[in-house]
Ligand binder design. Sequence first.
Ligand SMILES: [Zn+2]
Ligand SMILES: [Zn+2]
Ligand SMILES: [Zn+2]
Length: 240
Amino acid sequence: MTDRSCIRGCGVRGEHYASCPAYGHETHEACDGCVPREARDGALVCHRCYGRLYRRLELVPDLLEHLRTMVHNVGRAKEYTHVPRAGRGGNGNAPASSDMLDASRDLLTSIGVTDTTASTTPEETRQAAVGHVGAILAGFDAIANDAEAFTTWWAVVMPVELPEYPEFWTVTRALARWPLEDRTRRAWHPCAECDLLTVLIHPPRHPGAPVWYICESCAFQRNDSDDDGLWTEVYEGASR
Ligand SMILES: [Zn+2]
Ligand SMILES: [Zn+2]
Ligand SMILES: [Zn+2]
């Protein structure tokens, strides 16, 4: 076990120091929780921060394929549009597809793919992304144990907007605009931390990525290799 706390400053919800105005209250507007959340073994961040960044990176290949497919379909639709639209100020599709192209370019740049052109097919784009994201995820434990690396990845992936470059498409911004299909399913076993039946099973989006067990009510997040595979047994063993 480690007694380091999460470098992102996460607190345990509902747990307070005696000096906090929320101390002794069920909930309080001043504070959600000020006792620091413990870092994951071998990492500088808590389970929740680790899992959130990991899974968002894992979505990038699917997201890129989704964007490229939409761009491809917009292009095809235009081939069959012989009648120019008068008076509406041009083609209404153009802004949407140029956002998609900007977003795919920014996402590719984030994961280090620099040699893709606009003509690449959705499947080729996905394959390029799978290779790059796979390499990042393979080294993710080292990232999570390096304050500067984790902070940098978090800044490029997680916020909706980069303050210095508001036009940049972070992974979160692209997902909010073009959501992916939800593949989660409910686990019929209560959460190990809060005891509620609110754990969702997240299947992998990327070859070799783990299955995650994530509670919707508290900060509980574990994957299928944490604690020697205990959580797979707990959440998928008994109920089937
Ligand atoms: Zn507090
Ligand atoms: Zn955290
Ligand atoms: Zn919970």
